[in-house]
Ligand binder design. Structure first.
Ligand SMILES: *Cc1c(COP(=O)(O)O)cnc(C)c1O
Length: 413
């Protein structure tokens, strides 16, 4: 029998090493923007259960309802049965399966480009690409509202970052002129659809700039994939700019319903990324089920374009009703929405989070978004319509929004 005395386990809260994190959380609590994660009890759907409560769900990126489409589920199950649950390695060592190559060929054909590479997520696609194609002599011209994964990729590249005002092409040109005679390469990068405001990037005008100054043109189409363009080919296709954009990024995690990100472009771009993009080299590839799911989703985009039509009809109806009820859905101090992303601008962070909680208590899941996801003072409830919401569900959501806004005195202009 041991005679050693057992020391009491030190509790995490008593160790001082991470006290600075606790201080940040205390500050969030004081500002009213601390949140707990809402937990989904069942499937991602227009009506589902979070934290045990039935809600109308306006918070997902499941634009086309593909997260639980029977054909996609069947494809995932079949791939799992025949190919297993994991790929076993990173792509460059032993983890490239035939199904990964098939998915990349399918996406390249869909987008009308030479080649495609799939990453583990849209985040790693952006960060891995931007960081690997540029170096410290180079320049990145980036819209101020571009996604965090672009910003992180830009920082990792060590290129000099020039941020232009949101969608301000003249400002982008001013910045380009300043560095025009520097030896480094220039990359112009924009979101196709901006994730927090739902407005569309000025792609043709930025392509003009890229052509004029010999800059590389890159578009992150995460929120446009499956939503904009013929059969959901994205914003670049929507504007007829496929031949003028060197690098197109898309996600498989939103409208496509599964998980992943992809980069489309020339064969050389893709071969280069095979050799240099760090998430590709150092992080394991998708399980075969994910690749199979995505292939089935692209088939569906071609076979059932009516889903995309329903999505846009629902979004238009919802936004028209919100506007006539007096909600500020952007366009005054923030950009106006042009896509199914529908921000209801509140402003103050605490008021935003309180409003979101009040909506939840009435049976509406609509997430409050505050600093640092959006700028301080630009808090909003972000609603995303899907093709699968029914009119009675949308009307009920509108009723809850209006009643809650009247009761709490926020949201209505
Ligand atoms: C969601 C999003 C990403 C990241 O995509 P994931 O596949 O979720 O990692 C990248 N860019 C933009 C603009 C996004 O909205």
């Amino acid at each position: 029998m041991s005679t050693a005395t057992t020391l009491p386990e030190p509790t995490a809260s008593k160790r001082p090493q991470l006290a600075h994190l606790t201080a940040v959380l205390d500050d969030l609590r004081a500002k009213g923007t601390f949140f707990r994660l809402r937990v989904l009890d069942d499937q991602q759907a227009p009506v589902c259960h979070y934290d045990g409560r039935e809600v109308i769900n306006l918070a997902s990126n499941n634009y086309l309802g593909l997260c639980n489409h029977p054909k996609l589920i069947e494809a995932a199950l079949e791939a799992t049965r025949t190919l297993g649950v994991g790929s076993g390695a990173v792509r460059t060592i032993a983890g490239t399966m035939k199904i990964h190559m098939e998915l990349e060929e399918k996406i390249a054909a869909f987008k009308g480009v030479e080649a495609c590479v799939v990453f583990q997520s849209g985040f790693t696609a952006n960060a891995g690409t931007v960081s690997s194609i540029l170096g410290k002599e180079d320049f990145i011209l980036s819209d101020e509202l571009n996604h965090a994964s672009i910003i992180d990729g830009a920082r990792l590249s060590r290129a000099k970052i020039k941020v232009f005002r949101h969608k301000d092409v003249a400002h982008a040109e001013e910045l380009l002129k300043e560095v025009q005679n520097e030896p480094g390469r220039k990359l112009i990068i924009t979101d196709g659809v901006f994730s927090m405001d739902g407005d569309i990037g000025p792609i043709p005008a930025l392509c003009d700039l890229a052509d004029k100054y010999g800059a590389i043109m890159m578009v992150d189409d995460a929120h446009a994939s499956g939503v904009l363009g013929r059969n959901g080919r994205g914003s670049v296709s929507h504007f007829g700019c496929t031949d003028r954009v060197d690098i197109q990024v898309g996600t498989l995690s939103k409208a496509i319903g599964a998980l992943g990100g992809y980069v489309c472009g020339s064969r050389d771009l893709i071969d280069y990324l095979y050799h240099r993009a760090r998430p590709f080299l150092f992080s394991t590839s998708h399980p075969p089920s994910v690749a199979a799911t995505c292939m089935a989703a692209f088939d569906l985009l071609e076979a059932e374009p009516e889903r995309i039509d329903r999505l846009w009809a629902n979004a238009k109806y919802f936004q028209d009703q919100l506007r006539s009820a007096g909600f500020n859905i952007g366009g005054i101090t923030t950009p106006a929405t042009e896509t199914p992303i529908t921000p209801i601008i509140i402003g103050d962070g605490r008021a935003t989070m309180d409003f979101s909680r009040a909506l939840f208590d009435q049976g509406l899941m609509a997430t409050g978004i505050a600093f640092p996801t959006v700028a301080e003072g630009k808090g909003r409830i972000r609603c995303i319509m899907t093709s699968e919401h029914t009119k009675p569900q949308i009307d009920k959501a509108l009723e809850i929004l209006t009643a809650t806004a009247k009761k709490t005195g926020v949201g209505l202009a």
